[in-house]
Every structure is written in structure tokens, then in C-alpha cells.
Design a protein around this ligand. Structure first.
Ligand code: COA
Length: 161
């Protein structure tokens, strides 16, 4: 069974992430989309909120599991018996950081391979910070995020305004 991990902050999950996931589910028997507990990022959504938003978006897949982790990614992958890490490459600007991470992860565990997938070009300029900022300022993000995320962003805005 070929198991892949798709890690990220997912604060919140966007259509760009879902585009990558859609491609990954066709390549692997199981994809575990997992939220990294990154203490250096101050998230807009709690881990529980991010998790339930992802769950709401991936119900249609039978081979996707949602999880979270802290510590080393390769160690987490080993506990899940995963042999691949999925990362999205949106533009050349992603490459240097992603190459560094992929090579470091390979150094840490040579049995785990990073697989890069390119999202549809309409998502190449998208990231979660931009979505959060536009939503916070009352802009329309309906084209960038799935419906449950759009509603969650609207609820957050109402609460803070
Ligand atoms: N569509 C839209 N946005 C995307 C995207 C896509 N397909 N792919 C990435 N992004 C955006 C994210 O929204 C995020 O945006 P933001 O910074 O504005 O919030 C940004 O790109 C970063 O991507 P993300 O996937 O969230 O990665 P990350 O940099 O937060 O986390 C980990 C990377 C979790 C894989 C890495 O930190 C990790 O492995 N941590 C565990 C500790 C470890 O093992 N460290 C050693 C690694 S060598």
C-alpha cells in the first residue's frame, strides 16, 4: 500500500491545496493530509478548526485521512508507514525552500521520497496569508477557498468587527 503524507499549516486550506490533494489521491493508495503544529506561526484558526475545515472538504475521498503532528516530519511519516511526502510547487519562488526541505528530509531518512506536484496555474499566486488578509479586510475570497472555509472566514470577521 502506497501511503503519502501531505503536510502543511493549512491556515486555512485553500482551493490550491485541494488541487494538489486531488492530484495526489490519484497517485497513492492513501493520502494523509496533516496539520503541522508550528510554534513559530500564529495561526488564525486553531488546530481543531483547521482540522474540521479540512475534514469538511475531503469527505468525498475514500482514501484521505486528516491528522496533525508535531516534531520531525520524517519521524511522523515513519509512524504512519508512509514512503512519500507530497508538496505543491506553485512557482519558481517555492523551489529553493522546497528543495532544501526535500534534501534535508532525504538526509534524515533516505527511504522517504518527496513528490512535487504542480497545481493548476490559476492557483499559482495563492497562499493562505493572502486569503486571510483579503478576508479580514472584507474582500471576496470565494474563488480561492472552499465553501466551509469561506463561511468560517466570514464568521471570524463578524466576531472581530
Ligand atoms: N496552494 C495554495 N497555497 C499553498 C499551496 C498551494 N498548493 N502550497 C503551499 N501553499 C502556501 C500555504 O498556504 C502557506 O501560506 P502562508 O505561509 O501564507 O500561510 C505557504 O505556502 C507555506 O506552505 P505550507 O504548506 O503551509 O508549509 P509550511 O511552510 O507552513 O510547512 C512543513 C512546511 C510543515 C512541511 C515543514 O515546516 C515541516 O516539515 N515541519 C516539521 C518539522 C520538520 O520536520 N522540519 C524539518 C524539515 S526539513
Amino acid at each position: 500500500m502506497k501511503i503519502a503524507i501531505y503536510p502543511g499549516s493549512f491556515d486555512p486550506i485553500t482551493n490550491g491545496h485541494l488541487d494538489i490533494l486531488e492530484r495526489a489521491v490519484k497517485l497513492f493508495d492513501k493520502v494523509i493530509i496533516t496539520i503541522a503544529k508550528n510554534p513559530s506561526k500564529a495561526p488564525m484558526f486553531t488546530e481543531e478548526e483547521r482540522r474540521s475545515l479540512i475534514e469538511a472538504c475531503v469527505r468525498k475521498y475514500t482514501n484521505v485521512e486528516v491528522d496533525s503532528f508535531d516534531g520531525l516530519l520524517v519521524e511522523y511519516a515513519r509512524t504512519k508507514r508512509a514512503t512519500s511526502l507530497v508538496r505543491g510547487l506553485r512557482a519558481i519562488s517555492d523551489f529553493e525552500y522546497e528543495l532544501q526541505m526535500a534534501l534535508m528530509n532525504r538526509k534524515l531518512d533516505g527511504n522517504i521520497e518527496t513528490v512535487f506536484l504542480m497545481p493548476n496555474e490559476k492557483y499559482t499566486y495563492l497562499n493562505s496569508s493572502i486569503v486571510r488578509e483579503i478576508a479580514r479586510l472584507g474582500g471576496d475570497v470565494s474563488g480561492f477557498v472552499p465553501k466551509p472555509v469561506l463561511q468560517a472566514l466570514q464568521r471570524k470577521r463578524k466576531r472581530t468587527s
